[in-house]
Each structure stands twice: as structure tokens, then as C-alpha cells.
Ligand binder design. Sequence first.
Ligand SMILES: Cc1cc2nc3c(=O)[nH]c(=O)nc-3n(C[C@H](O)[C@H](O)[C@H](O)COP(=O)(O)OP(=O)(O)OC[C@H]3O[C@@H](n4cnc5c(N)ncnc54)[C@H](O)[C@@H]3O)c2cc1C
Length: 209
Amino acid sequence: MASDLAVVNGARVSFARHKTEMDESDEGLIRFLMRERHASPFEHSVFRFHVRCPIFVAREWFRHRWSSFNEFSLRYAKATEDFYVPEPDDVRTQIGKPGAYSFEPVDDELAERTREEFREVYEQAFATYERLVEAGVARELARSVLPVGAYTEFYWTVNARALMNFVSLRAADAAQREIRKYAEAVEAFFAEKMPVTHAAFEAAGRIAP
Ligand SMILES: Cc1cc2nc3c(=O)[nH]c(=O)nc-3n(C[C@H](O)[C@H](O)[C@H](O)COP(=O)(O)OP(=O)(O)OC[C@H]3O[C@@H](n4cnc5c(N)ncnc54)[C@H](O)[C@@H]3O)c2cc1C
């Protein structure tokens, strides 16, 4: 659903004009819209993603109100034994003050121990969940014992303007590494489908219009 052309036509309707193919003047128009922060034409280009991520990543994602979500429900469906265990290189320690942390890798032994502790908790939590559901406890209540490292899935529909805001905030160094990886993937789709807009976004210092 996303294209540079959708932005161009969103803007050119002001002059009762409609294009079916991009040309150089359209590329210039997109750069102008971005530079001058004439933002609404970017709202006519829309993406829909099917995302699978840990619940703690989804919680950060769902803060982006200018978009639409529908999520897998643990009220209606049974949980799967599917949990996030960081790769050894992603096990890190934090240094500094809140808001200005930097992250350093931990030694191999601590990385492995962390992964092992994650697995143990997940195994125990999932076994408890299964026991409770088997015993007749409602899924909507039994799910309370599942950790935020459990995977969820959702559809995310977002226009290019709100997507740029998401990428600007979440594909940045300050964002948590786990959501940053997803934001980088989102940005790769954005760059592929809307190359002119993406280049203009870069030129504008990666600030959404
Ligand atoms: C590094 C980082 C750390 C964060 N830490 C925390 C934290 O500790 N605690 C926490 O609660 N959140 C935290 N957040 C979430 C953050 O505050 C935003 O809720 C989130 O990034 C969504 O951004 P947004 O509001 O710009 O996006 P959207 O909700 O998609 O909104 C898009 C834009 O619409 C406008 N807008 C939307 N709603 C309103 C409104 N009600 N009034 C006026 N304008 C509006 C704004 O211009 C906004 O930028 C953090 C985010 C990041 C990136």
C-alpha cells in the first residue's frame, strides 16, 4: 500500500492533478514537503506489518498511538512455549545514569548464566501455566504467570508520517536494542517502498515531518 507516488498525489490534488508515474519534479516535490514540514501528504502512504516479538517490545511499540494494532489474544488462544532468550552478544550491563546509560557486553560466563536463568524461569512459568489451564483455570487468568519475554504477534498499520516518527525514535541509539532491531527492519521496508521519501527523511536529519 505504500509508495512515493501516494505522497505526490496527496499533495498534487491541491491543483486537481494526479500522476501515475514519478518524475524528477515529483522527487523535488517530496524533498520540498519534507523540508518545509508539509506533513499531511505523507499520511496517504500506508504500511501494514505482521510482527512477532516479545511482549516487552510490543509494549514499547504500542506507545505509538498514530497507528492501528490488532494483537494475538491470550484470553482466546492458548499460549505457546515461545520465549525470548538473548544471544550471548546481546547480554549486556548498563553503565551511567538513567537517561544516559551506555551498555557494555558481559563476560562469556555471565552471558551463558543469564541465558540459562532465562530458560529456567520460562520453563517453570510455562509449566505452571499449563498446569493451571489443565486444571480448568481460565486462560485469561492463567496467563498472568507468563513473563514479558513471551512472544506475541500483531498487525500494525501505520502511515508513512507516523512510521518516520517511529523509526526516528526507535531506530536510534537511545532506543532499547531489542526494539531497535525491529525498527531497523521496518526502516528497510520503508526505504525499499519509498526510496525518495526515505532519502528526504535522511536529509532532514531523520526527524519526522
Ligand atoms: C528512548 C525512549 C525512552 C522512552 N521512555 C519512556 C518512559 O520511561 N516512560 C514512558 O511512559 N514512555 C517512554 N517512552 C515512550 C515515549 O514517551 C512515546 O510515548 C513513544 O515514543 C511514542 O512516541 P510519540 O508520542 O511521538 O508517537 P505517537 O503516539 O505515534 O504520536 C505521534 C505524534 O503525534 C502527536 N501526538 C500524539 N498524541 C498526542 C497528544 N496526546 N498530545 C499532543 N500531541 C500528540 C505528537 O506530535 C507525537 O509525536 C520512551 C520512548 C523512547 C524512544
